[in-house]
Structures are given as C-alpha cells and as structure tokens.
Design a protein around this ligand. Structure first.
Ligand code: NAD
Length: 486
C-alpha cells in the first residue's frame, strides 16, 4: 500500500532555537524526511534563528551533522540532502534584545507571498519576548503561525498568563500548541477506528466497557536532567499534557465534523467532566537504587525531594457515556519496558456456557503507541485440537508497519505530520488554549494536596510496574493492570 503524499505550499519556517537539542533531534530530521518523500517543496526556506554567532555555511554544517545523526541512513540521499541544505538560512538573533530582528524581517520580506511560521523551540520564558517582537516588528503577518511546545505553564495561573501573553500578539487560530503524542499515527487511528467504523462505537460506553487503562512507561531514569525534572514530576511532565490528551481522544463524543474546533470542543468537554481526584485515587512513587544505578533521590541530588517519578491515577468521567467506568492512568520512569498504550477492556459476556471461565480475561482493544505502533484485539477462541472445549486468548494483531507494507516506507514521526499540519493551517491535532487551562485546573488541586502532605512517594524497584500500591488501586475494583514488559 503506497501512502499518498500531497505537497504543501511553499513556506518560510523560522526556528527560534535552531541550534538547540529539539531542533537537531526532531525538527530538522522531520523536515528532511518530508522533503525526501516529496511533501516539502524544494523552494521552502527554513531559517534557524538562535543566539550563536555563525554564518549560514556553518549553520548548514550543523544541520547536516544533525541529519547524519538522527535520520535513518536508508533515507539519507545525497541529492535530497543537498536540496534540503539549500533551503536552510540562519539569522543570529537575540530574543530579548534588538539584534537580528531587522535581518530576519529583510530575509522574510524577500518572499512575502510564502506561508510564514515561527517555531519557538526555546525556553518558555522567551515565548512572550519573541511573540511580541514578531508582532511589533511586523514580521508576523495576520496569516502567520506560531508554534509552541510543552511546558505550557507550570500550573493554571502560569498557563493563563502564557495564553494571555501569546494572545496579545497572535489570535488563537494562529497558535499551534504541539503535543507530539497527537501526531502519532496510532492516536489518529484511535479516531479513525472509533468514528469510521460502525463496529466499536455502539460498544464504546460504560455499559460495555469494564475499564480503560492508559500507560506511558519509560525505562530511563532522570539522570542528567534531574534538576529540571524534580521541579516538574510525572504529573506535570506526562499526565497534564500527553496522557490527558490520550484520555480525551479515547473518551470524547463523536464530533459533528472532523474540524479543529469541533474535535477540540469534544476533548474539552471530557476534561471538564472529570471528577476531582482525591488522594485515595492516586499512587505516587520514586524509584529505588539498584546495583550501581542510583535512586531517584540520588539523581536529583536532593534526599528530601517529594517529586514523583511514578504516578497512577483512578479517574472517573461523570457523563452519560462513562459514568461507572474507571479510567486508570499510569506513567513512570525506570519501569519494566518502554511502552505507551491504551487498553480498552470490555465486559464479560453476561452468561457463560463454557466451564472454563477463568481462562477468559475478556475482550480488550489494545492501542499501542510505542513500540511498534498498532492495534490488537484480544479475543477468546477455542484451543485448537481434540482436547475438548478449552478456551484460549489470542490477539488479532494489526501492526501498522506490517499492514501498510514496505512501500509505505518508514512510519512518519509525529513531528513530521505536525509541522506539515502547521504549514497546511490545520489545528485539529494541536491543543487549544482552553484545553490546556482545563487540564491544569484538573491537575492543580491534587498537585497542591501532595505538596502539602507529609506522605512521601512510595519507593519502587526499577524494571517493575511501579509501587505495589498501584495494583491495589485497580485491584480495589477487581481490575488488573497489564504487565509492563517488553
Ligand atoms: P536547548 O537549550 O538545547 O536550545 C535552546 C535554544 O534556544 C538554542 O538554540 C539557543 O541558541 C536558543 N536561545 C536561548 N536563549 C536565546 C535568546 N535569548 N535569543 C535567541 N535564542 C536563544 O533547548 P531544547 O532542548 O532544544 O528545548 C527547547 C524548548 O523545547 C524547551 O522549552 C524545552 O522544554 C522544549 N522541549 C524540548 C524537547 C527536547 O526533546 N529537547 C522536547 C519537548 C519540549
């Protein structure tokens, strides 16, 4: 199956922080891959804008090195690399000063008919300065787009302040708040599976769904970025953004149209329908030391830290569709495997005619974001052979890379799709300001409760599923987490 590539219009994309880690690891490689498949036009311009003093030749060299490091050699073709590097420009700029802004304006005005987008791949403390200068200098036109990325605030108050400051220079239709989880093929397939098939939607409610689990597990600890992480914790770093977005797409009502605000309105309704969390709905953890690897507390260098490297939540959505179905969310560092998945577990048949009931775990739809993006349906069948009517669970597996075949090439990275959506002006997969604020409004009270509590996060062993207490959270309702294993 060959995927269709529709080229986007010529564009000028300015990457503030073009010499930074995110630009090198994700943004440039993603743009390169879009050019390699013919989606990014060769007359597009990508302007790196950063503090470092260098000329365009030196900057192209850093981009070329980033491609060598982060693009699969199979798709690195000398001719495409040459064309790509020809699109690269560089402006040395000071986000907080006056240097570089006239040069940027002159460069962009050479082609005033191109789509203009500004990617703020810099610390959030610079967002307001850059947005204001873009607007006041006239570099940003009424059609220009601005792209920002997490952390979008630290709590509700800071998120409101950030939204307010961006809105002084750009209107909501120009602001693209990236959550790269939404760019994943599987996440969009969640919408396709639900709303393009008649099969699942009638079952997608509390009458038929026993519980839903969303897990984002990492094997790495916080080594190297402990100081940053310790100010954040799993709730702010993962739950408030990525996991709540997954929760929204899983739980939302079908939008009337597949249009940005129709989809985002429905997501917002889910967040607003979430019951407030109480402490008994949550389990926090911190990983212990093993062998010669330090503990969370060693890695953040603060033996008294109460920041969580693991969190498990039991959430309820109070609306007609979901009242009574628990949604379990869990994320953590140093767990048994690197994996992100949504598991929709359906209720048991109302009456079983087979004697071997304990073999039936029930039907489940497992939506895997990583590794190996794909969807698996767990069904119960008869164990083959003449041994009588014995039942077994089998997966009906659809790994997208297999299903779509070699011709589809490497599965596009989330950033590839999202950057192309910015150029196309499609905000469907981007968070609206009110969604971000609503998510903070839900997470803030429990974060505050934890910070005021004398109870410490529970220690857990690395390479496990987190603190044993998280199993009690699901067990209390007769449910079981899926194992976190490779
Ligand atoms: P980085 O420190 O590697 O790069 C920062 C960039 O900002 C550099 O290019 C630097 O020149 C530029 N910069 C700093 N001060 C400036 C100024 N006054 N004027 C102009 N340019 C200035 O940071 P990063 O890891 O690339 O992250 C950038 C942002 O993206 C951060 O807010 C980070 O939280 C967020 N983010 C990063 C990642 C990632 O994978 N690295 C993932 C998600 C979000």
């Amino acid at each position: 199956m060959v995927s269709t590539v529709i080229p986007v219009q010529p564009f000028d994309l300015v990457i503030f922080g073009g010499t930074g880690d995110l630009a090198r690891r994700k943004i440039f490689p993603s743009l390169y891959r879009r050019m390699a498949v013919g989606q990014m036009p060769t007359d597009a311009r990508i302007v790196g804008a950063a503090r470092s003093e260098m000329d365009v030749k030196a900057f192209r060299k850093t981009v070329s090195e980033a491609l060598d490091e982060f693009v699969d050699p199979k798709v690195l073709k000398p001719e495409v690399v040459k064309n790509f590097l020809n699109c690269i420009e560089y402006v040395q700029i000071d986000a907080k000063g006056t240097n570089g802004w006239p040069e940027l304006k002159k460069l962009l005005n050479e082609r005033s008919d191109s789509i203009r987008a500004f990617y703020l791949s810099v610390a959030p403390s610079l967002f307001e300065d850059i947005a204001t200068r873009l607007s006041k200098s006239g570099i940003a036109t009424p059609d220009s787009r601005i792209v920002v990325e997490k952390p979008l605030g630290h709590d509700l108050e800071s998120a409101v302040a950030l939204n307010r400051s961006l809105s002084q220079s750009f209107c909501e239709q120009q602001i693209y708040r990236i959550d790269h989880y939404l760019g994943k093929e599987t996440v969009q397939n969640l919408m396709a599976i639900r709303f393009a098939n008649a099969l699942f939607e009638p079952l997608w409610n509390a009458r038929h769904v026993e519980h839903i689990q969303i897990t984002v597990a990492e094997t790495v600890g916080v080594e190297g970025r402990g100081a940053y992480y310790d100010k954040s914790g799993a709730m702010r770093d993962m739950v408030q953004n990525h996991m709540m977005q997954l929760l929204c797409l899983t739980a939302m009502e079908p939008p009337a149209r597949f249009e940005p605000d129709a989809v985002r309105d429905e997501k917002l309704k889910v967040i607003r329908a979430l019951d407030p969390l109480s402490a008994s709905d949550t389990v926090r953890g911190q990983y212990r030391a093993t062998g010669d690897e330090g503990s969370y507390l060693d890695h953040v260098g603060d033996p008294s830290s109460r920041t969580e490297s693991f969190v498990a939540l039991r959430c309820h959505i109070s609306n007609w569709r979901w009242a009574g179905t628990p949604f379990y969310l869990r994320t953590g560092k140093k767990l048994g495997a690197r994996l992100s998945e949504i598991v929709v577990t359906f209720k048991h048949p109302p009456h079983t005619i087979f004697p071997q009931v304990d073999a039936q775990k029930g039907n489940a739809l497992i939506i895997r974001l990583q590794p190996d993006e794909g969807i698996t349906m767990r069904v119960t069948i008869k164990d083959p052979g003449p041994g009588g009517m014995r039942l077994i669970e089998v997966p009906l597996d659809m790994t997208f890379a297999d299903a779509l075949g070699e011709e589809a090439g490497v599965m596009p990275e989330a950033y590839e799709r999202l950057i192309m959506d910015v150029i196309r002006g499609d905000q469907t997969l981007f968070m609206r300001g009110d969604e971000v604020e609503a998510a903070w409004a839900w997470t803030d009270p429990i974060i505050k409760l934890w910070s005021e509590s004398s109870v410490r996060p529970l220690p857990y062993d690395p390479k496990t599923g987190g603190p044993i207490e998280s199993y009690k959270l699901t067990g209390a309702e007769g449910h079981l987490w899926r194992e976190i294993s490779a």
